[in-house]
Structures are given as structure tokens and as C-alpha cells.
Design a protein around this ligand. Structure first.
Ligand SMILES: Cc1ncc(C[n+]2csc(CCOP(=O)(O)OP(=O)(O)O)c2C)c(N)n1
Ligand SMILES: CC(=O)[C@@H](O)[C@H](O)COP(=O)(O)O
Ligand SMILES: [Mg+2]
Length: 594
């Protein structure tokens, strides 16, 4: 596809060489280009379409990269990538070895700060602004943050600090009234009233010492450029409130903003989603969670569901529709979500707090201090555990086993399949007197017939999946399915036994004694980091009990894993069927030789 003007832009400097009147054509070409690539290669769509004009205006007015621009989350930065020299690589977006789906410092000098998790932009830009002041450098510092992301605690902390500095900081609020799902909370209501002109109280941002301007139409290039030029001349913290439409320029994306946040493949002309094959697939783990909590909440009225801003991604939306008074989207507020659950648990409710594994990192202290230390029966459902694919290093849920393993009182369970997910949810709501973390992966399980009657799971009990003669594989979580396949395909299948610990904590010591007494070789396999997770626990167990076997640990290596499809990344980590099979066979052979 030919873009007459966009084809000539390899940097913001090129953009700035165009006349003001040509910018709307550039906006149109940029929008078409984003649509044409995302339609085929997939990725985040609506957010980038919504900030096309804002992106152009910022790079037109400010002297990037000398002026420092920080995007919040970064899922809206496709236009920024394209205008900053990455147009020709943009078709590799989110693919293995291709561009990252988020701004990344290693990728471009224009990506001033690595993002992926939300609400960091104001702190980062403020840090840069303070640094410029200390270094005596004359720069502008711009944070672009969405209406859902600014409602997060971290963003408020940064506003609170920035308001008492004299730094050259511009916060641009990109207000489209939606996150992935519709924005929530009192701040959202406040912003709606500001837009309607019905806000009677003092402006909240002015009250925090920001020079506030807006709201202005974020698709009006003239208005944006005029206002940014004016703000450039004002010292101190400034706040520009911009109103945009998520998905702007593609009718279906404007009309169905939740789906078109990240729509998968679609027809670039009509916006129509590429139909799924008629094949009956196993359900996604998230949907099994979503339907199971509704089923359980129907008879157990103490059950509460909590999600920090991911009702669709977690499938808590089903409970929010059926039991709105007992299911809460608290916005991008993981810390609050955890402590809210803790408060509810003190009063005898049964909170299921559903958080993506990677986003629980935000609430680590709350898990320790507010839940585990008080031994409160909060049930954490940690979705997207393990490698998540194209979102890459910022989003992989590979640290949870390690960072939860060291917390006293916490029981940690990783289901091998969706039946186990259902059964642990069932077991937990019958009544537990400890906090429980259940971590499960992105995507589909292996079982199509999943809606079976419930049975209880004995806490701390592992399972023998297959007996063997020499080598024991000890695993946790759904990687057991890969291992079963690898063992099944191996010519040494009789030599290999396979055990699913299911619980990282409390670990099934009886089962481990059995394994260490009956097997000459031990291999542990997990979809979390090799440091601190299952392998580490098994080594500690062996040392404490003076078992002499050497133990091989397979898992995610001590590195940040980049983006790619989950199968590609699993292969790179040597956790695919062929690699596991090869590893087990070579261990058996080398042991036989020694
Ligand atoms: C800490 C954290 N929690 C949750 C998410 C998931 N997430 C990504 S984008 C998004 C919504 C952001 O909404 P907003 O800031 O309004 O930006 P928009 O998508 O509207 O441009 C959420 C919840 C995240 N990236 N980081
Ligand atoms: C940008 C962001 O954080 C989310 O949009 C994330 O990409 C969602 O991940 P899932 O696709 O796994 O729900
Ligand atoms: Mg928004």
C-alpha cells in the first residue's frame, strides 16, 4: 500500500518538514497503515487509532527525541513507532525477533522508557524532568496517560509529587472513557462531568497545582497543535485534558471498543473479524474460571469476585452480569484489589481475587502484609501464568511461583487442566483457613468436556501420572501435558515416571520421599523461572533429607523472555515436546554411561 506522505517520514524531523496543512493527510495515511498491518499481524488496535492525531501533534510540536516523551502502557504507541523510523519493520510488530508491541529503550532513542504495565508514565517523566533540572538541561517532558491508567494509585502518587515541583512536566490525559473495558470509579464520573461541563467543584488537577487546560478534541489537529505550542511556553507542571475516541477511523472498532482493543485478525477494509474455524476447541482457562465462579456463587452467597480492570480478560464479566452486587471491577488498582479482598475476608466473605500473574507483581506487599501475614482466606486466581506470547517480557507470568514460594501461610496450586481449576475453586469456597494462590495459563486447556460435577482436592497432595523404572519427572501445572506427550513419544518410555506436584506449597513430602526412594534420576519441569520455584523446592527437600540424586531443573531461564508465539518461546526455552523428550533421553543415556 502506498502512502504518499507517510512513505517520506523516517523520523519526526521529516514530519516537522511538512506543512501544517498536510498533517491531516498524514493522519489518514498513518491510520490506514496501522489498520492494514494489525489486521494481518494482530495486536492492539483501538488505542493506537485513537491517538493518531495526538501522536502527530506531539512529534510536530516538540523536539523529540531531545524532548522526552513517555507513553503509558504503550499499547497506543504504534503511530509513534511508525513515525520514529520503524515503519518498514512495523510488519514484524510483536513477532519473534520483531518489534516489541510496546515502547522499549533498546529499540529506539525515541522510546524513552520501557512500558507495558500501566500508570508509570507520570513518575518516569517526572524523574526525567527532575534529572534535566539537576543537569541544567532545557527539555520538555511529556507523559501521555489514558483515563483508566490515571486512576491507578501509582499515577496519583506521581501527580501528588509533581504538583509541588517546578519541573517542566506536561501530563496529557487521553480520555476516551474506556480502558480495555469501560472505565470505572469516581474519577471516571468526575471526568465525564468535566466533559459535559456539569462539573461544579474545583478542578481536581488545578487543586494539585497543575496548570490545567482542556478538555479539547483530540482528533482536531489544529486545536492540539495550538494548545501544545502554548503549553510549551509555560513553566512548571501542566495538564492537558484531551478527548478522543478509541478505535477512531474504523467503524467497527469505534462501535465495539472492547473487542477491538486487540481484535485478532480482521478485514482491513470492513473491519469484520476473521471468522473462527467451526472446530470445537477446548475452553480457555479464563472462561472456565468465569463460568465456574458464577456456578459456585449461585449457591454460595459469600462468594465475591474482584478484578482490577480485566473483566473481559479474566471472564469475571460473567459474574458481573449475573451478580453485579458481588462482582467488582475496581479499575487498574491491583494493590487495592488485594487489600479489598483481605478486608472482605476478615468479615467472613469468600473473595476470589482474579489478577493476571504479571500484574500481581504490583501488589506484592499487599499479598504479604495484608493477606498472608494475617492468614486471611483470600483466593487469588492468577490468570496468564507462564509465557503469554506476543505481549512479551513485560507480561509473561513466569515469576509468580518464585515470588509466592517464599511467603509463609500461602498455599500455591497450579492446575494441570481446567477440571483441576474448577475443583480447586470448588474446594476453596467450601471453606479454607489460609490464603490460596491458583495460577493458570493464557489460552485453552486440553479438555473439551470440562463441565463435570465437582470434587474436592486434598490440599498439599500431588499425583503420580505415570510410573517408571529409573528417571522421575516432577512437574507442576499444565506443562504436565507436554511432558506426558514427550514421555509417550520416547523410546525409553518405560524408564520414565511422571509426577504432578500440583501444590508448590505445601509440597507433598510423602510423594517426594517415594520418588527419591524409587528413582535414580530426578528432573523437575515448570513453566516458571528455574530460580525459586519448583526446582528450588525439590533441591531444598533433597538436601534436607540427604538424598544423593543429582537433580536437573528445567524451566524459564534466568533472563527476560521476549515476544513471540507461546510455542516459539517454549521451544526457545527448550520446554516443547521435542526438547523435553531429547533432554530426558540424554539424561538417561548419560546416566547409563556413568
Ligand atoms: C498494572 C497493569 N494492570 C493492567 C493492565 C492491563 N491493561 C492494559 S491497557 C489497559 C487499559 C488502559 O486504559 P487507558 O489507560 O484508558 O488507555 P486506552 O486503552 O483507553 O488508550 C489495561 C487495564 C496493565 N497493562 N498494567
Ligand atoms: C496492554 C495490556 O496490558 C493488555 O491489553 C494485555 O495485552 C492483555 O493481555 P491478554 O490478551 O492476555 O488479555
Ligand atoms: Mg482510555
Amino acid at each position: 500500500m502506498k502512502q504518499d506522505l507517510l512513505d517520506n517520514i523516517d523520523s519526526p524531523e521529516d514530519l516537522r518538514s511538512f506543512s501544517y496543512t498536510q498533517l491531516s493527510q498524514i493522519a489518514q495515511e498513518l491510520r490506514e497503515f496501522i489498520i492494514s498491518i494489525v489486521a494481518v499481524k494482530e495486536g492492539h488496535l483501538g488505542a493506537s487509532l485513537g491517538v493518531v492525531e495526538l501522536t502527530i501533534a506531539i512529534h510536530y510540536v516538540f523536539n523529540t527525541p531531545n524532548d522526552l516523551l513517555v507513553w503509558d502502557v504503550g499499547h497506543q504507541a504504534y503511530g509513534h513507532k511508525i513515525l520514529t523510523g520503524r515503519k518498514h519493520q512495523f510488519d514484524t510488530n510483536r513477532q519473534l525477533n520483531g518489534l516489541s508491541g510496546f515502547p522499549k529503550r533498546a529499540e529506539s532513542i525515541y522510546d524513552t522508557f520501557g512500558v507495558g504495565h500501566s500508570s508509570t508514565s507520570i513518575s518516569a517523566a517526572l524523574g526525567m524532568a527532575i534529572a534535566s533540572k539537576i543537569k541544567g538541561e532545557n527539555k520538555q517532558h511529556i507523559a501521555v496517560i489514558g483515563d483508566a491508567s490515571i486512576a491507578s494509585g501509582m499515577a496519583f502518587e506521581a501527580l501528588n509529587h509533581a504538583g509541588v515541583t517546578d519541573t517542566n512536566l506536561l501530563v496529557i490525559l487521553n480520555d476516551n472513557a474506556i480502558g480495555i473495558d469501560p472505565s470505572v470509579g469516581a474519577l471516571k464520573e468526575y471526568l465525564t462531568n468535566v466533559k459535559k461541563g456539569t462539573q461544579k467543584r474545583e478542578n481536581i488537577f488545578e487543586a494539585l497545582n497543575f496548570a490545567y487546560s482542556g478538555p479539547i478534541d483530540g482528533h482536531d489537529l489544529n486545536a492540539l497543535i495550538t494548545e501544545l505550542e502554548r503549553l510549551k511556553t509555560i513553566d512548571g507542571p501542566k495538564f492537558l485534558h484531551v478527548i478522543t475516541t478509541k478505535g477512531k477511523g474504523l467503524k467497527s472498532a469505534e462501535e465495539n471498543q472492547v473487542v477491538y482493543h486487540a481484535p485478532g485478525k480482521f478485514d482491513a477494509k470492513t473491519g469484520e473479524l476473521t471468522p473462527k474455524s467451526g472446530e470445537i476447541l477446548p475452553p480457555k482457562y479464563q472462561d472456565v474460571f468465569g463460568h465456574t465462579i458464577v456456578e459456585l456463587a449461585d449457591s454460595n452467597h459469600k462468594i465475591i469476585g474482584i478484578t482490577p480492570a480485566m473483566p473481559t480478560g479474566s471472564s469475571l464479566k460473567y459474574m458481573m452480569a449475573k451478580f453485579p452486587e458481588r462482582a467488582f471491577d475496581v479499575g487498574i488498582a491491583e494493590q487495592h484489589a488485594v487489600t479489598l479482598a483481605a478486608g472482605m475476608a476478615t468479615q467472613g466473605l469468600i473473595p476470589f481475587c482474579n489478577i493476571y500473574s504479571t500484574f500481581l507483581q504490583r501488589a506484592y506487599d499487599q499479598v504479604i502484609h495484608d493477606v498472608a501475614l494475617q492468614n486471611l482466606p483470600v483466593i487469588f486466581c492468577l490468570d496468564r501464568a507462564g509465557l503469554v506470547g506476543q505481549d512479551g517480557a513485560t507480561h509473561h507470568g513466569v515469576f509468580d511461583l518464585a515470588f509466592l514460594n517464599c511467603i509463609p501461610n500461602l498455599v500455591i496450586f497450579s492446575p494441570r487442566n481446567v477440571t483441576e481449576l474448577r475443583n480447586i475453586m470448588y474446594t476453596a469456597q467450601l471453606g479454607i483457613d489460609f490464603p490460596l494462590a491458583v495460577r493458570y495459563p493464557r489460552g485453552r486447556g486440553h479438555i473439551t468436556e470440562w463441565k463435570k460435577s465437582f470434587s474436592t482436592i486434598e490440599i498439599g497432595k500431588g499425583e503420580c501420572l505415570k510410573k517408571g523404572e529409573k528417571l522421575a519427572v516432577i512437574s507442576i501445572g499444565p506443562i504436565a501435558n507436554t511432558i506426558s506427550e514427550a514421555i509417550g513419544e520416547s523410546k525409553y518410555t518405560n524408564a520414565i515416571g511422571h509426577f504432578d506436584m500440583r501444590f508448590l506449597k505445601p509440597i507433598d513430602e510423602n510423594l517426594l520421599h517415594h520418588i527419591f526412594k524409587n528413582y535414580e534420576q530426578i528432573v523437575t519441569i515448570e513453566d516458571g523461572t528455574i530460580i525459586g520455584g519448583l526446582g528450588s523446592s525439590i533441591i531444598a527437600f533433597a538436601n534436607n533429607n540427604n538424598y544423593p540424586q543429582s537433580i536437573s531443573i528445567l524451566g524459564i531461564n534466568d533472563e527476560f523472555v521476549e515476544h513471540g508465539t507461546i510455542p516459539e518461546l517454549m521451544t526457545l526455552q527448550e520446554l516443547d515436546v521435542a526438547s523435553v523428550k531429547a533432554k530426558l533421553e540424554s539424561l538417561l543415556l548419560s546416566f547409563n554411561r556413568s
